[in-house]
Design a protein around this ligand. Structure first.
Ligand code: KG4
Ligand code: ZN
Length: 374
């Protein structure tokens, strides 16, 4: 089975991406982030699917052109089949199956999480195993014991919001545009004052677990208290974010308050410096919770490396904390470059290549799996 030229397709959320891996090396890579969701403060699934339909073909022809490769030179097509948004996954998987059938070449359904896990090898080469993996993104916060390629044990997971989801939702309250993670990170990197202190949450009866929804509420309460101090009356008629966009879940919102009453500026308006103090405090709390999650599962006698990926791993603020964690234990740390931490087609093409090497392909009737785990 030829596995020289693998086309990778990623359409699980709001990035439309394609990449070509030739003999295990990344040759061409195109990612388009769908900016249209910014106006809605979150990803709108139906709009994401339609945008994938529009953007996928140009991405695929783009990487073929960049690599100087003809479509008939492709030896296998890999596409993310889960986890992710159902409609969005369908666009990529249907395209990949059609191409595979038309060219009479293998199709490979790839687990998005496996892409994040192994994507670091594209830049850093072979990662020693077993290693401890952590995926921190808009949809996931997990730690995984990786014994080898395809051999995984889930160790820790979030019990409510994913860490990127927290940053995006709290970022919205603070007036950042969606997605907020990169702006929060930049503000925190430039901030030199005293950060706001927020509580660090632990999960009862699951010391490996994570919880970020309390931090989101703490930011909301902080903004409410600021407003009260200023004598500003919150607008209790403001449309409920929780109803419209699945914002706050569980727990009780402060009386008369909605996320919109904060984000639409009915409440106290933070100065840029005050906002940066909140963002820095939030990232400090996040980093302590993530580091704690790593510490409880880390085993110096077992793991040969630490791998961290997913969009939130792009954070320069968090990277310095992860580096300190690895330095203190004298272990190699692998974090992909920023463009391969966020969703991309390169990681899918690369994992597709690895599967082809092990003689594995997927049947053409493989169904998408929006809730796929590792
Ligand atoms: O991996 P990803 O592209 O998509 C998912 O699989 O969810 O991650 C997107 C998440 C968003 O929540 C975004 O705000 C966050 O990654 N993000 C960042 C940074 N860049 C993207 N968070 C912190 N710092 C960044 N520089
Ligand atoms: Zn992802």
């Amino acid at each position: 089975m030829k596995s020289g030229v693998v086309l990778g397709i990623e359409t699980s959320c709001d990035e439309t991406a394609a990449a070509l891996v030739i003999n295990g090396k990344l040759i061409a890579d195109r990612t388009t982030t769908q900016l249209l969701h910014e106006a809605y403060g979150g990803v709108v699934p139906e709009l994401a699917s339609r945008a994938h339909e529009r953007l996928l073909m140009p991405a695929v022809s783009g990487v073929l052109k960049d690599a100087g490769v003809q479509v008939t030179d492709i030896d296998a097509v890999a596409a993310t089949y889960g986890p992710g948004l159902a409609g969005a996954l369908l666009v990529g998987v249907s395209f990949a199956k059609g191409l595979a059938k038309g060219l009479n070449i293998p199709f490979l359904g790839i687990n998005h999480l496996e892409g994040h896990l192994w994507g670091a090898e594209i830049t850093h080469g072979h990662i020693p195993q077993p290693f401890l993996g952590m995926i921190i993104s808009g949809g996931h916060t997990i730690t995984i014991d990786v014994q080898g390629f395809g051999k995984y044990t889930l160790l820790g997971r979030t019990h409510d919001d994913a860490v990127g989801e927290l940053l995006d939702k709290a970022g919205r309250m603070l007036g950042y545009s969606f997605p907020a993670g990169a702006s929060i990170d930049q503000d925190a990197m430039n901030f030199t004052g005293k950060p706001v202190h927020f509580p660090r949450a632990r999960v009862k009866c699951d010391d490996r677990g994570f919880s970020f929804s309390g931090l989101k509420t703490a930011v909301l309460y902080y903004l409410r208290d600021k407003t009260r101090c200023q004598g500003v009356v919150p607008d209790s008629n403001a449309p409920g974010y929780a109803v419209n966009r699945g914002g706050l879940t569980g727990g009780k919102q402060p009386e008369g308050w909605t996320l919109n009453s904060v984000s639409q500026g009915n409440g106290y308006k933070l100065s840029p410096v005050e906002r940066a103090a909140v963002s820095t405090g939030m990232l400090e709390a996040v980093s302590d919770m993530l580091i704690n999650g790593l510490s409880v599962v880390w085993d110096n006698n077992k793991y040969k490396a630490l791998v961290i990926s997913g969009g939130v791993a792009s954070s320069r603020f968090l990277r310095t904390r992860f580096e300190r964690f690895a330095d203190e234990r004298n272990i190699p740390l692998y974090i992909p470059p920023s463009e391969h931490c966020t969703d991309n087609g390169a990681m899918i093409a690369y994992v597709g290549y690895r599967y082809m090497q092990s003689g594995y392909t997927s049947p053409l009737d493989l169904a998408i799996d929006p809730a796929l785990g590792l």
